[in-house]
Each structure stands twice: as C-alpha cells, then as structure tokens.
Design a protein around this ligand. Structure first.
Ligand SMILES: Nc1nc2c(ncn2[C@@H]2O[C@H](COP(=O)(O)OP(=O)(O)OP(=O)(O)O)[C@@H](O)[C@H]2O)c(=O)[nH]1
Ligand SMILES: [Mg+2]
Length: 219
C-alpha cells in the first residue's frame, strides 16, 4: 500500500512556505479557510453561493488536477478567483499558494478561500498557512465519512453538510454525523446547507460577517 510520508524534506519545505503565507495573511488581516471535501461534494457551489450573496470582500484560490473550470465559475459570480492546476497532485501545497499571493490584492481581501483538490485524505495533512480547515460533506456521500476520515475531521473548525435538499431521497442520519463531527473536533461549527437551492446559509452569513469585522478592525 502506498503511503505519504510527511516527515520528508518536501514536508519541511511545505512547513516553511506555510509559515511565510501565514505571516503574510496576518500582516494583511486576511482570514483564510482551506476547504477540503470529496470530488463533487459542492465546494465550488458553496463559493458560488457566497460570491452572489455576501458583501464580505472575498477571493478564492482554486485547486484542481486539471482545468480552471471551477475558478471560472467563481469568477463568473464576480469573486476574484485564481486557479492552480496540480497536474496530477492530489492536494495543494503551501509553495503553490505562496506563488499565487503576489497576484491577490490582500489589502482589499477580508476572507480568502482555498478550494483544495477534491480528496478527503492528502489535503488534510498539508498546512497551507490557513487559519482554519473547513470540511465539506454532502448528503449523498453517506453519513459515515467523519468516522472513516478522522485525520481530516479532527482538524476542521468548520464543517459544511451540503445537499440537504436531497435528504428526502437518501438514508442519512444527520444527528449521528453531527455527533461524529463534535466528537472528532469539539467546538466545530456545522453549517447545514443546500448550495444550489440557497438553503441554510443564515449562520454562515453571520460567521463570515463576524470574521470580516475582526479583520477590518485590524486593517
Ligand atoms: N442537489 C444538489 N446538488 C448540488 C448541491 N451543491 C452542489 N450540487 C451539485 O453537485 C455537483 C458538484 O458540485 P461542485 O460545486 O462542482 O462540487 P466540488 O466539490 O467543487 O467538486 P470538485 O471541485 O470536482 O471536487 C454539481 O452538479 C452541483 O450542481 C446541492 O446543495 N444540492
Ligand atoms: Mg470544485
């Protein structure tokens, strides 16, 4: 079985780049969320909804193995979005994020989203310099994902449970998954939403606004 050994020179390089990114984010008072979830769980759809419905000054770095399709979707909703093609890599690295930061007007950004490559495993162990890791789950994936991917969910301060509009069509124990999230990460904030139907985003809007105020107080 292939394993990712994170105790390597490459990991050391990543840690140094992550610290550099973090310093830049702090200096510019930018709140950074690293969004991690399976392919198709709705990461881009949540950002599209946010772009259309929030006044908070946001930008996104969007990682995909190939194409800039997701960054284009976000740009179409008037949120600045910067694609990174990993060319086969299953996660973003802090070096890749650092190379994008000269292109982003951090002074005019309160919240930066990093949409990681769709994957519940590798992105969870790579620090990008973010403030928080955000897990994105969706109802049709099934309600055992938190237990099956504990590395990620032990590190997520925010979890979206997306595609709640599909609850009537799926066997999904919402109470169980919420309990699993809280066991894995006590204090985690959980937003239950439907990105395509625009449902359940009230708490998310308040959370973003609270962070905007905190960042702007520092600017
Ligand atoms: N029914 C339903 N479909 C949704 C919802 N959110 C997203 N989708 C659909 O799910 C599919 C994948 O959504 P994306 O936003 O592209 O997912 P993603 O996580 O960004 O996918 P990758 O970037 O490929 O990992 C699209 O067809 C969306 O329209 C939702 O709340 N309800
Ligand atoms: Mg996407």
């Amino acid at each position: 079985m292939a394993r990712v050994n994170v105790d390597t020179p490459a990991a050391g390089k990543n840690a140094i780049a992550a610290e550099k990114n973090r310093r830049l984010f702090r200096e510019n008072h930018v709140f950074v969320m690293n969004m991690i979830g399976s392919p198709g769980c709705g990461k881009t759809s949540i950002l599209e909804y946010t772009a259309e419905n929030s006044n908070v000054r946001c930008a996104a770095i969007v990682g995909d193995v190939k194409t800039a399709l997701d960054a284009d979707r976000i740009l179409d909703r008037n949120m600045p979005a910067y694609p990174i093609e990993t060319g086969g890599g299953c996660h973003l690295t802090a070096v890749q994020i650092g190379s994008m930061l000269t292109r982003i007007d951090l002074c005019k950004t309160d919240c930066l989203f990093i949409e990681n490559v769709g994957n519940l495993v590798c992105p969870s162990v790579f620090d990008l310099g973010e403030d928080i890791k955000t897990g994105v789950l969706s109802v049709p994936e099934g309600d055992e994902k938190v237990r099956k991917y504990p590395e990620l969910f032990s590190r997520t301060d925010v979890v979206f449970i997306n595609k709640t509009d599909l609850l009537p069509h799926c066997e999904y124990d919402m109470e169980k998954i919420e309990r699993d999230c809280r066991t894995a990460r006590p204090g985690v904030k959980i937003f239950k939403v439907s990105a395509t139907k625009g449902l359940g985003f009230e708490d998310w809007a308040r959370y973003l606004e609270m962070n905007r105020k905190e960042q702007q107080n520092g600017k």
